[in-house]
Ligand binder design. Sequence first.
Ligand SMILES: Cc1ncc(COP(=O)(O)O)c(C=O)c1O
Length: 441
Amino acid sequence: MALDRNAPNDLNAFWMPFTANRQFKKAPRMLVGAKDMHYTTSDGRQVLDGTAGLWCCNAGHCRPKITEAIAKQAAELDYAPAFQMGHPIAFELANRIIEIAPMGMEHVFYTNSGSESVETALKLAIAYHRARGEGARTRLIGRERGYHGVNFGGISVGGIVNNRKVFGTLLAGVDHLPHTHLPALNAFTKGQPEHGANLADELERIVALHGAETIAAVIVEPMAGSTGVLLPPKGYLEKLRAITKKHGILLIFDEVITGFGRLGSAFASQHFNVLPDMMTTAKGLTNGVIPMGAVLTTPDVHDAFMNGPEHMIELFHGYTYSGNPIASAAGIATLEVYKEEGLFERAAELAPYWEEALHSLKGLPHVIDIRNMGLIGAVELEGIAGEPTKRAFNAFLKGFEKGIMIRTTGDIIAMSPPLIIEKSHIDTLIGTLADVLKTLD
Ligand SMILES: Cc1ncc(COP(=O)(O)O)c(C=O)c1O
């Protein structure tokens, strides 16, 4: 059988990321193909992709326009340095990103992942203030339960304990806002919760504690994804924007998940109508197909660096693969697919159907909360006493057996399907999940 070619005979060498390696290698779940809404497993089964891979394949899988653009570019200009050299398509992609970005975002700095976008934005924030003569502004403020990738800056401002606690002292000079999850007040809310905008006022307390003149930036996910889909309470992001502005603190939106249509707009910034100073992106930028990330900035941030002698490098930062030609080609093709197929609008149109389907799970065993927005949703389960994460992970395993791919974090099931999803797929995904929930211990 052709698929046998893909079956490795030794699983030991690959130390898998964010995986229970020993458990996985005893009973591997191998994906060997993908098309549109489905994965194919090594035993020839079709699995409906309820998570767009890892929140990234927003246009679905193996889209010809994207795969062809990659093949063409690989044959034409495979690699070109981006340090002191350029190639046209990296510039073209930057312009296309700016075209769909919120008004006010005008510059693009390329990275290769969400984690690198975060590190880049944090470094930019500190260097920006220094360039303007405010070198004491070095503190970074994140938020509890925030996920900003896995590098040292990102885990320092992040707020997920397992991602931080075994990695030493992290960055100095970091503080955290409280998270916005208030189940007692907001459980089973459809869309943005009513309660919790006041939690943004905690920033005033942090400013009073440290002094505004020591704080460089606040970074938050406009909608927290990886921690289990926590939505911003109504008015919360607006307050954060007002307080940061008042104190001369930069606001960074980490849009690695929310970027490229997930909430029904190109970016969450447009959805919530709040303009940050920088936005971090990755994932959907290339439909997840080729690693690429980008930090978007306002002219104010960018222009602060554009001084000194013209022959001098303005920012000593960048990656070997920043603006890689093949990634750029994938990015351009991806943005074209989004546009030609109206996928951001499609996400907005399908959101009410998605919301109703998701909330139909209310009342099933162990379900203690359901949250949704755009084409993203979470079902929170009551954990098994003494065995946190197990119940949701069992749901994931059973779901995979029954032909759906969901994601779990703690005892929360998260879903974020490709934006090409049809109503019939939503019915299958949620219907199968309902069956799974009914059989869980
Ligand atoms: C908000 C956010 N920031 C950063 C990252 C890290 O991205 P990557 O895994 O590409 O480094 C993620 C990944 O899920 C994310 O959700």
